[in-house]
Design a protein around this ligand. Structure first.
Ligand SMILES: O=C(O)c1ccc[n+]([C@@H]2O[C@H](COP(=O)([O-])O)[C@@H](O)[C@H]2O)c1
Ligand SMILES: Cc1cc2nc[nH]c2cc1C
Length: 359
C-alpha cells in the first residue's frame, strides 16, 4: 500500500485540448469482451469438485475477471484503488452535513493513512492513489448555470484516463467531495428523469430540512441547465463535478487497458451512469460493489441494470465498499485455481452409475 498523492492537477494541454467529442469517439469504438478467455474459465469451472453453480456468484466473478482481463485464468496480485476528490460549488448551499473544507482535509487524511480506505488497502495489499482535482477551484454553483465549462469537464475526464495503465488486474474506484450526493442526484435526474425527491437522500447525514434544501437545489439546477437533458455528457458538464468526470474517464481507460472495474457508492455509480446512458455496453467491464444506504443508489442500480455484490448499509464513498470485493474476488480465484477436478480427486460425477451397480 502506498499513500501516493498526485499534485499535478491537470495534464497540460498546450497542443490540443482534450474534448468531449474525443471521448464520444473512443466510446464508439470500445473493445468488447474476450469471450475466449471467459469460455476457458467457464470450462475449467465446470470440471471442478462441486455441483455446477454451487459457488454461485463467485463463479460469475471469475468469468467476469477472465473476460475483461482477456486472460484465463485471470490474476489478482495487482489491484489498485483510486480516489478522485473534487470541490463543488453547490456545497455552499447548505446541502451537506459537513463544511466544504472537509474535502481537502480528507485528502490529507488519506495521505496520512487515517481513513477507512487506508486500512482496507493495507489489509488487502492494494495500491492506493488519491487524485486531488483542482480543489482550489470548485465547480460553479449549478443552480446558476453549468457547473463546468466543456474544457474543465473534458480535462478532468482526460486526467482520469491517465490515472490508469495496462497491467493492473483490477481498479476499485471511489470519490471524496462534500456536496457530491447533491450533484449525483441532479445528474441522475437529468439522465433518467423522475422528480428530484426520487434521487435526493441524506448523504453525509443532513436532516429533513437539509433534504428539502437538497431537493430545491436539484430542481433549481435542472431548471438552470435545460441542455443537461439533451445529452449525457452535457448532463455531466452542467451538473457533475471534476471527480465525477475523472471517474468517467478512468472507467473508459480501464476498458481500453483491459482492467476490470469495481464501482463504489452513489456518486461513483452516477458518474458511471453517464457512460451507460451513452452506450449501455460501456459498463460491461464494471461491477458495483455494494448497495449504498443512500436511497437514490437503489433506483440508480435499477436504471443501469446492475446487481450489487453486498448490502452492508455503507455510505462512506472513498472506495470502501469497492475495496471489500478484493478478498471476495481473491477467494473466488483461489477456488478456481486450486480446487481439484472430479477426475483428479477420484470423486464420482453427477449421475454417474455407482461402481459395481447391477445393470
Ligand atoms: O458512497 C456513498 O453512497 C455515499 C453516500 C453518502 C455520502 N458519501 C460521501 O460523502 C460525501 C458526499 O456527501 P454530501 O452529504 O456532502 O453530499 C462524499 O465525500 C461521499 O464520498 C458517500
Ligand atoms: C469524514 C468524511 C469522510 C469521507 N469519506 C468519503 N466521504 C466522506 C465524507 C466525510 C464527511
Amino acid at each position: 500500500m502506498s499513500g501516493h498523492h498526485d499534485h499535478s492537477h491537470h495534464a497540460h494541454d498546450d497542443d490540443g485540448l482534450p474534448s468531449l467529442e474525443e471521448i464520444r469517439r473512443v466510446l464508439a469504438d470500445l473493445p468488447g469482451p474476450d469471450l475466449e478467455a471467459g469460455t476457458a474459465a467457464l470450462q475449467r469451472e465446470q470440471t471442478l469438485l462441486k455441483p455446477p453453480g454451487a459457488l454461485g456468484r463467485l463463479e460469475e466473478l471469475v468469468q467476469w475477471l477472465a473476460t475483461w482481463q482477456g486472460k484465463a485464468p485471470p490474476e489478482l496480485t495487482h489491484p489498485r484503488i483510486v480516489i478522485f476528490a473534487g470541490a463543488h460549488g453547490v456545497a455552499q448551499r447548505g446541502v451537506s452535513a459537513y463544511p466544504p473544507a472537509v474535502t481537502g482535509q480528507m485528502v490529507q487524511a488519506f495521505i496520512n493513512g487515517h481513513a477507512a480506505i487506508n486500512q482496507l488497502a493495507e489489509l488487502h495489499d492494494a495500491d492506493l492513489r488519491v487524485h486531488e482535482m483542482d480543489l482550489d477551484h470548485p465547480t460553479s454553483d449549478f443552480t446558476q448555470g453549468p457547473a463546468m465549462s466543456e474544457e474543465v469537464c473534458a480535462r478532468a475526464a482526460a486526467y482520469g484516463m491517465m490515472a490508469i495503465e495496462p497491467g493492473l488486474h483490477l481498479l476499485c474506484l471511489g470519490e471524496m467531495g462534500i456536496g457530491n450526493t447533491t450533484s449525483a442526484a441532479a445528474l441522475c435526474a437529468a439522465l433518467f428523469g423522475g422528480p428530484a425527491s426520487d434521487w435526493v437522500g441524506p448523504g453525509t447525514g443532513v436532516d429533513s430540512e437539509g433534504i428539502k434544501r437538497k431537493i430545491a437545489v436539484v430542481e433549481a439546477g435542472l431548471a438552470a441547465n435545460p441542455t443537461a437533458l439533451t445529452d449525457p455528457f452535457e448532463a455531466l458538464r452542467c451538473l457533475g463535478g471534476q471527480e465525477l468526470s475523472a471517474i468517467m474517464g478512468a472507467i473508459i481507460a480501464c476498458r481500453l487497458a483491459r482492467v476490470p472495474v469495481v464501482l463504489d457508492g452513489f456518486a461513483c455509480t452516477a458518474a458511471a451512469a453517464v457512460l451507460y446512458k451513452a452506450d449501455p455496453k460501456a459498463l460491461d467491464h464494471c461491477i458495483v460493489a455494494h448497495r449504498s444506504a443512500e436511497p437514490g443508489h437503489t433506483r440508480l442500480l435499477t436504471a443501469i441494470n446492475k446487481r450489487p455484490l453486498f448490502e452492508f448499509d455503507m455510505r462512506l464513498g472513498e472506495a470502501s465498499g469497492a475495496a471489500l470485493t478484493i478478498p471476495v474476488l481473491r477467494s473466488a480465484l483461489a477456488c478456481h485455481l486450486n480446487m481439484a477436478t472430479f477426475a483428479e480427486a477420484g470423486v464420482s460425477g453427477k449421475g454417474e452409475k455407482p461402481a459395481g451397480s447391477v445393470h
